[in-house]
Design a protein around this ligand. Structure first.
Ligand SMILES: *Cc1c(COP(=O)(O)O)cnc(C)c1O
Length: 488
């Protein structure tokens, strides 16, 4: 199976590549992305065949039917990473919160955010592919909180990969910062940057674009790769849990095989939603994918009006920071699938040059065949968290954005799966506030919420507060390059 380019081919890169190449060098011609040329078939026979399958068995069969150039043994070992999740017999449990509404909990991995679902197996695969080629790779990440910990965790002590992770000093929660600075492995470097997340991300972009930096890396025989969701190696693992969650509903006798469901996906870079789209396209019985956002509701505009306009917006800091995103990278893969490479290139160029684009009426109608969208601001999310806490279910602020979409967007009385992307422990002060208690420190909020509700704090979170801090470097933006070269 080959991977092709969302903006067409520039004549210098190969026009199609294998999976291993697409994940090592994820940037395609004209700044585009790689997408699969074909998708596996999730017909009734496939789904019925996996009705009593373990998550890993389903995943392996799915990955093999994708025809990627990764050996079965490597895939198996990668999937064994799910054995370290809370319940090895089911890494992604489903909780019923309404008669027709179920929460698929994607956060039961080591860093308590859904990033682990894809990054855990992906980290193993990428390292093995790099080893096989005998090449050294550097992964650089700028994080506002969830991507950093999950990236460090998956690559720690993996051969042929080094990771440098930049975070804004003071711009993450205590838990998120500790998850990074206590991570102890020779191939990991964590750097606090003086400034906010935008400063951090811009510094990283400048560094990655700098010829001097590239020359220095080349001299050391180090290549650059990426572990954000522009890398299809993450997306492929994000299709699987949608299939699994559907099968969970069948297993629990909540739906019959073939019955359609709604999915509600709290979205930022649209990786999770893209996984749902590929599952739907492959044949999983999905009525529609409902996209929820916070006040940075550019995706709501895109899906409701066909407008993508950065010129009228500034990033707003919300209680769901992992969704504080305006340039959503995987939207491009949807447009390629629906409108083709020529049009996608035109739209993405217009976004780069004019800061905006507008879909035609016909294009918008095509988009809305699969998607609908709404958003919730912080006070709406706070009310949702408070209401469900009273009913005995604690959710985090990202998951809470989904409930308005569930309440208002469904046109048919079908069962609905809501995706929970983070455990409440990562955002405990917001959760305590929704329950009526004002505390600013993570330690106090964790204690207060667990003392006053039916939830407990998992060991990997409590242990953070007594682990030794390994990474103490905090530098101004100008100091990052030297820190990096010292590390490499
Ligand atoms: C990354 C993240 C999201 C957004 O997911 P995308 O795939 O980028 O749309 C939502 N919630 C949480 C908690 C996240 O960490």
């Amino acid at each position: 199976m080959q991977f092709i380019e969302t903006r067409g081919n520039d004549g210098t890169k190969p026009s199609s590549v294998l999976f291993s190449e697409a994940i090592l060098s994820p940037s395609a011609s004209f700044g585009g992305l790689y997408v699969p040329q074909t998708l596996p078939n999730l017909d009734k026979a496939f789904l019925e065949g996996h009705l009593s399958s373990h998550y890993k068995t389903l995943a392996l069969d799915f990955l093999e039917s994708f025809g990627i150039d990764i050996e079965t043994e490597v895939l198996k070992s990668a999937l064994d990473r799910y054995d370290a999740f809370d319940d090895p017999s089911n890494p992604v449990p489903l909780s019923k919160i309404e008669d027709d509404c179920f929460v698929s909990e994607l956060y039961h991995g080591p860093t308590r955010a859904f990033k682990d679902m894809a990054l855990q197996p992906f980290g193993y695969v990428l390292s093995r592919v790099a080893q096989k080629k005998g090449e050294q790779y550097l992964i650089m990440a700028a994080t506002s909180g969830d991507t950093g910990p999950a990236t460090l965790e998956t690559f720690k002590n993996q051969d042929n990969i080094q990771v440098a992770c930049l975070y804004p000093d003071g711009g993450t929660s205590d838990v998120q910062r500790l998850q990074m600075v206590t991570e102890d492995a020779k191939n990991l470097k964590v750097i606090g940057v003086e400034g906010n997340f935008d400063d951090t991300q811009n510094t990283l972009k400048d560094l990655l674009a700098s010829e001097e930096f590239k020359a220095q890396l080349a001299q050391k025989n180090i290549k650059l790769s990426a572990a954000n969701s522009v890398n299809f190696g993450r997306i492929i693992f994000q299709i699987i849990y949608h299939i699994h969650s559907y099968l969970e509903l069948v297993r629990k006798n909540e739906i019959s095989m073939g019955e359609k469901v709604y999915l509600v996906v709290p979205s930022g870079n649209f990786g999770n939603a893209l996984g749902a789209y590929y599952a739907k396209k492959s044949g999983l019985p999905i009525e529609k994918i409902l996209i929820s956002s916070n006040s940075n509701n550019i995706l709501t505009d895109w899906i409701n009006n066909g407008t993508y306009d950065l010129t009228t917006r500034e990033l707003i800091q919300t209680d769901s920071p992992a969704m504080d995103i305006l340039k959503s990278s995987n939207v491009e893969r949807i447009m390629f699938d629906k409108f083709g490479a020529t049009r996608t290139k035109e739209l993405m160029e217009s976004l780069a040059n004019d800061g905006k684009y507008q879909l035609t009426k016909r294009e918008l109608a095509q988009l809305r065949e699969d998607f609908d969208a709404s958003f919730s601001d912080d006070s709406e999310c706070e009310a949702v968290v408070g209401n469900y806490a009273k009913k005995g279910y604690i959710m985090d602020p990202h998951t809470a954005t989904c409930m308005k979409a569930y309440d208002s967007l469904r046109e048919k009385p079908l069962k609905t799966i809501v995706y929970s992307t983070a455990e409440w422990t990562k955002f405990s002060p917001s959760v305590a506030k929704a329950l009526g208690q004002h505390v600013t420190e993570d330690t106090q909020a964790l204690k207060w919420v667990s003392d006053n509700t039916n939830v407990t704090v998992p060991a990997m979170i409590t242990e953070l507060f007594s682990k030794p801090v390994i990474h103490t470097v905090i530098v101004p933006k100008e100091g990052i390059q030297d820190e990096m070269l010292g590390f490499l």
